[in-house]
Design a protein around this ligand. Structure first.
Ligand SMILES: [Fe+2]
Length: 166
């Protein structure tokens, strides 16, 4: 049973743990997506985001250290679900071009979940007067938004190839 949430500060810390769990799960899942991607731009985008994700996890560790709290202890069930869906997709018998389009569809679900989560903790940090922490979390939020946009850009080529595949 989780601790009682008495105020915004408690909720803020709870959300940080949720994000830490999400990043940890993503770090585990991304290498399989890198491996499965055929389009070189998509592979590169995933590889780049894998490096970013390592940083993002570390950033959360730094934030939690400042707040004198343990980042561990929660399991993000939403991310478990999204990743399970992605793993099921990896097992589908799909043309490589179609698989690439599917990988983007799954990865953008991950990114949008993270954008929502980091948006929330940025707002909470600002409200609570944690300026440095807010700035750190906003760096991650920007990276997630950029990763999402990059996937949208790559998807134009990928979707055209998937459309032409037979
Ligand atoms: Fe992330």
């Amino acid at each position: 049973m989780a601790n009682k949430l008495n105020n915004l500060e408690d909720l803020f810390k709870h959300e940080l743990k949720d994000l830490y769990s999400a990043e940890t799960q993503i770090l585990d899942a991304l290498p399989k997506m890198v491996e499965k991607a055929s389009n070189p731009d998509l592979k590169k985008a995933f590889e780049h985001h894998l490096e970013e994700t390592k940083n993002q996890k570390q950033r959360l560790e730094e934030v939690c250290k400042k707040l004198e709290m343990d980042p561990k202890g929660e399991t993000c069930k939403a991310m478990q679900g999204i990743i399970k869906e992605a793993q099921d997709m990896l097992k589908e018998d799909a043309d490589p071009e179609v698989m690439d389009a599917a990988l983007i569809a799954e990865a953008q679900r991950v990114e949008h979940y993270e954008i929502a989560g980091y948006g929330t903790v940025c707002t909470f940090a600002e409200r609570l007067g944690y300026t440095d922490i807010k700035n750190k979390l906003a760096e991650t939020l920007d990276e997630e938004k950029n990763a999402d946009q990059k996937l949208s850009t790559v998807s134009k080529n990928v979707n055209a190839k998937a459309e032409a595949s037979h």
